[in-house]
Design a protein around this ligand. Structure first.
Ligand SMILES: Cc1ncc(C[n+]2csc(CCOP(=O)(O)OP(=O)(O)O)c2C)c(N)n1
Ligand SMILES: CC(=O)[C@@H](O)[C@H](O)COP(=O)(O)O
Ligand SMILES: [Mg+2]
Length: 639
């Protein structure tokens, strides 16, 4: 437990209505207290601290100037919303952030009326904001829409689709660009360079407001420099990109200067008639030295000691799947110059930073642009290279049409390394890698693998790189592996061939992926009851190993499939294949074990799997039930 900060003004703010009664001076003091409270809370929970610290003043200023919750404040991604949660009636639960039964780490409609639109995946805020603006104009009882989007999030195609639409619609809408010159990693791309030019060429005192009316409403020092800044940026005297798209552009302004923020927001709120983009420059991790000076600006931190900033990370143990993948791919890249890799703004999250250190010219960070990343990989494959597209399961959803149309339909050999498969823990349901088995296994010509442990992952890296016949994916979970010995180099697996890991006579458990350890634990529990289980690792969700399935079906009384994914995935495909094969016509009892058809909220992965009914004890229970042993006394494992 850390010492709680002094929060005299914050203690008087139960909701934004209280904050609106404060003087501007007190709003600055409130921001200081809010920052301390945020640091103190996240030191106990872990979470996205750096992004939240960067928007403390902005959060206070927006709530002071706008009439939330009538006005709709939409945080892009939502990972920076901790100060917002503290100010909007959730301070008493802020120390439950990202824990089981606690507050979500993102904005969430079911949590508060101050969260009008949920998020966690990036770059949706402008689209949603425009929806609210249109809703207002069509007579719904809602006020202004304010979208706050980061410089990382604005690199995504969706943001431009929204700007394009909003600019043409011409409706009153506020977009606040929170530019801290950081994504999770340093930002990449031409747009990032453009924003830096805007930032660099127009000092805050030269802030400009393009809408004449707004400019007039601003304090005198802020009126200066508008035209000069424009000419410096564009070299032509024409507008910024945002103006060309139909927005009034205000900025850049100092997002930590409360006076400037309040003046600009008040002026904009008073005068805006159409879409306005306010370019706010902030510092990720602002006001907390360990965050400001760290390379990742404390994007996502474990619990930490406030004094020193030292994070309480688990020590030792088996290597993370992500690291094993990164190293295996780097080794493969050393052997084959055609191997290249793509990440969508997650170089360290995907382990591609390992390869990037050694082969920087062959690792491409495309920004938060999964759609482009997938089609770019398709282009690389069409050009004859061996692209490995490393994307979290949940974020690959963003690039699904590209997976279908650009990769699968053209049978291009793009290799998908799908990290964060299954339940991920503190990020909760929005980040669960629940659907990839379902959405990939239905695609003609796609090969889909899942690694049961980190040695299997090494084999799958090699298998994927050797497979030139079409698209291929391999999935693996967040966190540490099982501790098995790693091969010097992975083996190329036979496509569509599973393996039997343990022989038994009564029941077969056909597991896909990293829940194999639970299947084996269940087999141990069953053995204690006198039931022997064959445990098989399917390795492939597609193509299925029909010989293995036939063999298991014919020689056991029950078959249970197991996967770390939603219904419609592996189990569903096994059932379909068995039905086609006539294997469901006889005496065999078949059960599928998948994630249930509901969201599993954040907790530790073990707690989440227990909530999902996917523990070893659950598997043993299901086997007993399939065998008709309803009186079986199988004890649930503690979580
Ligand atoms: C579609 C999607 N891809 C990737 C991510 C992972 N992600 C979360 S925050 C983030 C960086 C966001 O940068 P920025 O918008 O500048 O916000 P900052 O953290 O700098 O405040 C990324 C890549 C995501 N949430 N959604
Ligand atoms: C907000 C967001 O989407 C990312 O920061 C995500 O939380 C990273 O997850 P990992 O910690 O699993 O890399
Ligand atoms: Mg940023």
């Amino acid at each position: 437990m850390t010492q709680r900060p002094d929060t005299q003004i914050l203690d008087r703010v139960a909701s934004p209505a209280d904050l609106r009664r404060l003087t501007d001076t007190d709003l600055s003091r409130l921001a200081r207290e809010l920052r301390s409270e945020t640091i103190s809370a996240v030191s106990e929970t872990g979470g996205h601290l750096g992004s939240s610290l960067g928007v403390v003043e902005l959060t206070v200023a927006i709530h002071a100037v706008f009439d939330t919750p009538r006005d709709k404040l939409i945080w892009d991604v939502g990972h920076q919303c901790y100060p917002h949660k503290i100010l909007t009636g959730r301070r008493d639960r802020i120390r439950t952030l990202r824990q089981k039964d606690g507050l979500s780490g993102f904005t969430k409609r079911s949590e508060s009326e101050f969260d009008p639109f949920g998020a966690a995946h990036s770059s949706t805020s402008i689209s949603a904001g425009l929806g609210f603006a249109v809703g207002r104009d069509m007579g719904k009882a809602t006020g202004d829409a304010i979208a706050v989007i980061g410089d990382g999030a604005i690199s995504a195609g969706m943001a431009y689709e929204a700007l394009n639409n909003a600019g043409a619609e011409g409706r009153r809408l506020f977009v606040i660009l929170n530019d801290n010159e950081m994504s999770i990693a340093p930002p990449v791309g031409a747009m990032s360079a453009y924003l830096s030019r805007l930032w660099g060429t127009a000092p805050f005192s030269d802030m400009r407001a393009l809408a004449e009316g707004m400019e007039a409403a601003l304090p005198a020092p802020m009126r200066d420099g508008a035209r000069r800044a424009r000419q410096l940026v564009t070299g032509t005297g024409s507008g910024t990109l945002f103006e060309e798209l139909g927005f009034d552009y205000i900025g850049p302004i100092d997002g930590h200067d409360m006076g400037q923020l309040l003046s600009v927001l008040r002026a904009a709120r008073m005068r805006a008639t159409g879409p306005v983009l306010i370019h706010c420059c902030t510092v990720k991790g602002k006001g907390y030295a360990p965050a400001e000076t760290s390379a990742d600006k404390y994007h996502g931190v474990a619990k930490f000691d406030v004094e020193s900033g030292t994070q309480k990370k688990g020590k030792g143990g088996p290597p993370a799947y992500t690291k094993v993948f990164g190293q295996a791919l780097t080794d493969a890249a050393a052997r084959n110059p055609d191997v290249c890799a793509i990440t969508a703004a997650m170089p360290s999250g995907t382990g591609l930073d390992i390869m990037a250190k050694r082969f920087p010219a062959r690792v491409f960070d495309v920004g938060i642009a999964e759609q482009h990343g997938v089609t770019f990989a398709a282009g690389l494959a069409a050009a004859g290279l061996k692209p490995v597209c490393a994307i979290y399961s949940t974020f690959l959803q963003r690039g699904y049409d590209q997976v279908v149309h650009d990769v699968a339909l053209q049978r291009l050999p793009v290799r998908f390394a799908i990290d964060r498969a299954g339940l991920v823990g503190a990020d909760g349901a929005t980040h669960a890698g629940a659907y990839d088995l379902a959405y990939l296994s239905c695609l003609p010509g796609f090969t889909v693998m899942a690694a049961a442990d980190e040695a299997e992952l090494c084999h799958m890296v090699e298998t994927a790189l050797a497979h030139d016949a079409g698209p291929i994916a391999f999935r693996y979970p967040r966190g540490a592996g099982t501790g098995v010995d790693l091969p010097e180099r992975g083996e190329v697996l036979e496509i569509g061939r599973g393996r039997i890991v343990r022989e038994g006579a009564d029941v077969a458990i056909l597991s896909l992926g990293a829940h194999l350890s639970e299947a084996l634990a269940a087999a141990d529990m069953l053995a204690a009851e006198g039931i022997t289980a064959t445990v098989a690792d399917a390795r492939f969700a597609k193509p299925l190993d029909m010989d293995l399935i036939r063999n298991l079906s014919r020689h056991h009384a029950a078959l249970v499939t197991l996967e770390q994914g939603a219904g419609g995935g592996f189990g569903a495909h096994v059932l379909e294949a068995m039905a086609r094969d006539g294997l469901l016509d006889g005496r065999l009892a078949v059960r599928t074990m998948t994630l249930p058809d509901r969201l599993i909220e954040q907790a530790s992965p073990a707690e989440m799997y227990a909530d999902a009914g996917l523990t070893a004890a659950d598997i043993a229970l299901r086997v007993n039930e399939a065998l008709g042993r309803t009186d079986a006394n199988v004890v649930r494992l503690p979580v």
